[in-house]
Design a protein around this ligand. Structure first.
Ligand code: DHB
Ligand code: MG
Length: 200
């Protein structure tokens, strides 16, 4: 019952405020044709990421876990609107825990926004890398941290849940970060995200 209602509401809200977009639709179609699971962020979630990036004037955005590139398009466009550039995204293929140390070795300019949406057991490690790579005052968003409510089960043996719980422990003990987590329902079910702001 609930899922049908959540999906109906998402479709209504998206029709009112988000709309269809051929480039984003193409990213979803290509993902489906490539056999990727349908786990891209929902349109209204993608637009929320886009608006957040726009609101903080983000120019440098790091996304960990890109898959079909759907949220990547939403995020890159926030940047694109500001910078007027055609080619703003650089994709690095491979496990994040291989790519992130290599990226850090290149001493890149600090990122304004990091979106973590990759394999969930590595969440805490990705977050630790994000802290190294982000600027003071930067924003870190982590997707899929509620997992149908299973995140609150202290007895869970699910590797994804354990990954989220380990991340929450890390953030709770991290004085450089102020964070919240919000549950969401919608066409992608019952889940949620963490928003963390790094101290200035
Ligand atoms: C899964 C991963 C995601 O990033 C998501 O948004 C939903 C589900 C998964 O691995 O099941
Ligand atoms: Mg996700």
């Amino acid at each position: 019952m609930s899922q049908t209602l959540w999906t109906t509401v998402d479709h209504y809200l998206n029709a009112q405020l988000v709309g269809d977009d051929p480039v984003l639709e193409a990213a979803l179609t290509a993902s489906a044709e490539a056999g990727l699971p349908s786990i891209a962020v929902a349109p209204n979630q993608g637009k929320m990421l886009h608006l957040l990036a726009q609101a903080i004037g983000a120019r440098r955005i790091l996304e960990v876990g890109t898959r079909g590139g759907y949220s990547t398009v939403w995020l890159a466009r926030a940047n694109l609107d500001r910078a007027g550039l055609a080619a703003v995204a650089q994709v690095r293929i491979g496990p994040g825990l291989d790519s992130l140390p290599k990226l850090a070795d290149e001493a890149p300019a600090p990122f304004d926004l990091v979106f973590i949406d990759a394999d969930k057991p590595s969440n805490a490690d990705y977050f630790a890398w994000a802290l190294k790579l982000i600027r003071p005052g930067g924003v870190i968003i982590v997707d899929n941290v509620v997992r149908k409510g299973t995140v609150a089960d202290p007895a869970s043996q699910d590797a994804n849940v354990l990954g989220v719980r380990r991340l929450l422990d890390l953030i709770a003990a991290e004085p450089r970060v102020s964070a919240t987590a919000v549950q969401t329902v919608g066409e992608k079910g019952h889940d949620g995200f963490i928003m963390a702001v790094v101290a200035n």
